[in-house]
Design a protein around this ligand. Structure first.
Ligand code: FMN
Length: 329
């Protein structure tokens, strides 16, 4: 029987279930569930529970039944189980990029809470391309980055301590997504190209300077990007995924994860009353070259422009009042 198929006939469970550490006690409810499996399968299931208990020992009790049910759902053959067990022996690659030696700008840890409900945010969300060109406050930028893509905790995982948990779901918890920012206008921040370091909650200055037209050069027909306060480039590092998922699935996962992160940025920007728009209309080579990415292991998947919106109501009022004052005599 392959794991995943349930036998309808109950099998005698040996007095002591086969498992490598006698300290792994099996709860009665689970013992009942395990009756449908042969001893080899029971061994694998017990091993999974043991590992889960060990990995999560600091986070309270483990729901053994849930571990088995999820295990069965995730791995339908013994080969997959064995792959999983071997994987658990591996150590994940470094999951956090850092520009060592770069000037670091610490972001606020205390951010203003966003009082809007999720329905209000979703209902008011729209792509905004008309920015008034005014500077964004550093506080708002901090909130935007921290709430949408920041770190909410750490856990022991993949034989690594302090693997970050992020404010957006990440494929395998491996956080392939990196954010690069072109800052055109943020108060108390030099114009330039930055990297967001979520672990340290800081911006790392890669190169200072006016990047407005270099961004437009990367994104043909998107001149309006020059008025955005910040242009955020979302770029995965797929080497964090390939050791686990292989190249093809990693490539797909990288696009999915960066899409999820982008939507968080878009929604938090909306909640903060800012305008934002996703942009896929960029030239791959020019953009990756601007960011210093090799285009293979690390590459841009999406751009999110953020800025203060043009007050269209005020514009209209201004135009109307100007028209009112024109004499028709
Ligand atoms: C993956 C993706 C790529 C996009 N690329 C661009 C783009 O290159 N340029 C642009 O002006 N808008 C772009 N958009 C925004 C869409 O044009 C916009 O979402 C759509 O017109 C619907 O409008 P709404 O967002 O206001 O509902 C993109 C949106 C998504 C989700």
């Amino acid at each position: 029987m392959t794991i995943g198929e349930r036998k309808s006939v109950a099998v005698e469970i040996p007095d002591s279930l086969p498992h490598s550490e006698s300290t792994t006690a099996i709860e009665p409810a689970l013992l009942q569930e395990l009756k449908g499996f042969n001893s080899q399968e029971q061994l694998v299931l017990c091993e999974l529970i043991k590992r889960t208990k060990r990995d999560r020992s600091v986070n309270g009790p483990v729901d053994e039944l849930a571990v088995v049910v999820n295990g069965l759902r995730d791995f339908s053959t013994e080969d997959e189980w064995l792959f999983f067990l071997k994987l658990n022996e591996k150590i994940a690659p470094n999951l956090h990029k850092e520009f060592v030696g770069a000037k670091k700008i610490q972001l606020d840890t205390m951010f203003p809470t966003v009082a809007k409900s999720i329905s209000e945010v979703i209902n008011s969300r729209t792509s905004v391309r008309d920015f008034n060109g005014s500077a964004l406050s550093l506080e708002k930028l901090s909130t935007l980055l921290r709430q949408s893509c920041g770190v909410r905790g750490t856990m022991f995982s993949y034989n690594r301590r302090d693997v970050a948990l992020r404010n957006f779901p990440t494929a395998g918890g491996l956080q392939c997504t990196e954010l690069y920012l072109v800052v055109n206008g943020v108060s108390d921040l030099l114009q330039g190209l930055y990297h967001y370091n979520p672990m340290q909650n800081c911006l790392e200055l890669i190169e200072k300077g006016n990047f407005r037209w270099r961004v437009v050069n990367c994104c043909p027909n998107h001149e309006w990007l020059s008025e955005a306060s910040v242009v955020i480039f979302i770029a995965p590092d797929i080497s964090r995924l390939t050791w686990k998922y292989g190249t093809y699935r990693s490539y797909r996962l990288a696009h999915l994860e960066t899409g999820v992160a982008s939507q968080n940025l878009h929604l938090v920007a909306t909640a903060l009353g800012l305008g934002s728009c996703m942009v896929f209309g960029f030239d791959d080579e020019r953009t990756d070259s601007l960011l210093g990415l090799d285009g293979r292991r690390e590459f841009t998947t999406l751009v999110v422009a953020v800025g203060n919106k043009v007050d269209k109501g005020a514009l209209l009022r201004k135009t109307t009042s100007r028209n009112d004052s024109i004499s028709t005599d």
